[in-house]
Ligand binder design. Structure first.
Ligand SMILES: Nc1ncnc2c1ncn2[C@@H]1O[C@H](COP(=O)(O)OP(=O)(O)OP(=O)(O)O)[C@@H](O)[C@H]1O
Ligand SMILES: [Mg+2]
Length: 505
């Protein structure tokens, strides 16, 4: 396979420009991908990475600039053309059809037919099984995709790309929702694709991944190319400087807050088969991290506490008063807020304006005076949009057109606008760039400093260790350790996340 790839660049973009009405998404995008290479593309939220990807995918047409594939000029007007030319794309947001099976999704739009002209289901299934075996995945090819975890959806997207047998494989933040084991598996697949002579593009906000996987890195800033460097010749500091144009002094600006009275008390929460006997307290001024591997049941606990999901036994109290079971409205009234993990689907009204999204959860309170005026909405929205540095030129911008990271900030703003006493936040900085990451951390620290309690679910150990006053570790639906800030190390947190409970301190 490797021998068929012509020498030289597999794909070249040079000074590509793309605007959407008044918004210039790409001022000058340049990127050269080579066969036998895993190339990283990094930059802040809104830098133009996904826009560049969508041009390669044929989803957008560039306004100007050069685009070549294996040396030949190309100009895709559809995703089908890009696919046919050998470019496979795994998008930042999974694009699966929930009512179709795993196999049907993988072959969407290009089902093989047998000699009778019928869709060859057996051939499809056999191929899917082969791909899954290669990926080390145990997913039922016949199940409906609705209800799959984000990690599994991502695996499906990867399987889809592999089945295309593409010479260029583009992955836009594929690891954002994967656990450590799953990331390793994905890396192994990416490396084997590289060894076969394919060009792989990898977009990520995680430097450790970029350094572990990639051989070359291109940095973008404000819609333009900044630099391309062999990975061995650069450092995290250097890349950060290229990305944000300044040094970032503190990644985890944790302030010491005065820890006060209990705000949220959870006692013996149990949902059979999902989580068992979960008890913990979040006090005023405190950041409590819920650590563990993906699948340990952390998000499920958060959803039950906030009343989105049911639980069978146990009790949730806010300020001493029982929070009614399965009633998010009452939970909000009691002072709880939940920023969910899957923000695009659970947190954002994608077709609504940014401003409306931010004020969605506080409409009721704003409406206390009879009617909501646009002015009132805008004031509330503007405050949080600016505190979180949502990069959009207007609050009436439709949420769907924001970059992935900025969409996340909108969801965060929406819940912060409810002025919660306890904020439950699931993976606060997933998909958020370094600069904004430290802003989000600063904000969490500030919120705690104001006397709020924060329950933070995080799969990133540095974030857990950097931000938490106390770490609760979950494994297989149970809390296996509770570790104070001064005692918490990556070793003891990881140990509790992967072994049974001997570590309780
Ligand atoms: N369809 C669109 N309509 C209007 N503006 C758009 C559209 N698509 C992207 N943009 C804007 O273009 C800019 C670049 O967005 P893009 O999604 O490429 O960023 P990104 O580098 O992928 O960021 P992230 O790290 O957050 O995913 C953003 O300001 C975004 O709001
Ligand atoms: Mg993006």
């Amino acid at each position: 396979m490797a021998a068929e790839v012509p020498p030289g660049a597999a794909l070249e973009l040079h000074r590509v420009v793309k605007s959407f009405g008044p918004v210039i998404a790409l001022r000058s995008g340049s990127l050269t991908l080579h066969p036998h290479s895993i190339h990283a593309l990094i930059g802040e939220n809104g830098a133009g990475k996904s826009t560049l990807v969508k041009i390669m995918a044929g989803l957008y047409r560039r306004d100007s600039g050069d685009f070549r594939l294996h040396g030949e000029p190309v100009d895709f007007t559809s995703t089908a053309q890009s696919k046919a030319a050998g470019i496979a794309v795994i998008y930042q947001e999974p694009t699966l059809f929930p009512d179709l099976s795993v196999t049907e999704n993988i072959f969407m739009g290009r089902q093989p037919v047998n000699r009778f002209g019928r869709i060859d289901r057996r051939a499809m299934r056999t191929e899917v099984e082969q791909i899954f075996r290669r990926l080390g995945v145990t997913l039922d090819p016949d199940r409906i995709t609705d209800g799959l975890s984000i990690a599994d959806q991502q695996i499906l997207e990867i399987a889809k790309a592999i089945s295309l047998d593409a010479s260029v494989l583009i992955m836009d933040e594929p690891t954002a929702a994967l656990s450590g084991v799953e990331v390793e598996r994905l890396f192994a697949v990416a490396r084997s694709l590289r060894d076969e002579g394919r060009a792989v593009l990898f977009i990520s906000h995680r430097f450790d991944e970029v350094f572990a996987l990639c051989d070359t890195v291109t940095v973008m800033r404000d819609g333009a190319y900044v630099a391309t460097t062999p990975i061995v010749e650069t450092t995290v500091d250097e890349l950060v400087r290229q990305m944000v144009g300044r040094d970032i002094t503190e990644l985890f600006p944790k302030q010491d807050a005065v820890v006060g009275d209990p705000l949220l008390e959870v006692e013996g929460l149990t949902s059979p088969g999902i989580f068992h006997d979960i008890s913990f307290t979040v006090r005023s001024g405190e950041i409590v991290a819920l650590a563990g591997l993906v699948g340990a049941g952390r998000s499920e606990v958060a959803r039950a506490v906030f009343g989105v999901d049911a639980y069978r036994e146990g009790r949730v109290r806010m300020l001493g008063k029982t929070v009614p079971h399965r009633n998010p409205t009452e939970a909000m009234r009691a002072g709880l807020a939940l920023v969910p993990e899957d923000r695009r689907r659970q947190g954002l009204v994608i077709d609504s304006a940014v401003g409306g999204n931010i004020t969605l959860a506080i409409r009721r309170r704003l409406a206390k005076w009879g009617l909501i005026t646009t002015g009132m909405e805008n004031r509330a929205a503007r405050e949080w949009a600016s505190r979180l540095e949502v990069k959009t030129h207007a609050l009436d911008t439709v949420a769907a057109t924001l970059s992935g990271g900025n969409q996340q900030k909108v969801v965060l703003a929406k819940w912060l606008a409810t002025d919660p006493k306890v904020l439950i936040i699931d993976e606060p900085t997933r998909g958020i760039d370094v600069g904004t990451k430290s802003e989000v951390h600063r904000l969490l620290s500030q919120l705690a400093g104001e006397g709020r309690g924060i329950l933070m679910i995080s799969s990133e150990l540095p974030e857990v260790l950097g931000m938490a006053d106390r770490v609760l570790v979950m494994r297989e639906g149970r809390i296996t350790a509770e570790i104070d800030r001064i005692d918490a190390t990556s070793e003891n947190v990881m140990f509790a996340a992967t072994h049974s409970s001997e570590l309780n301190s």
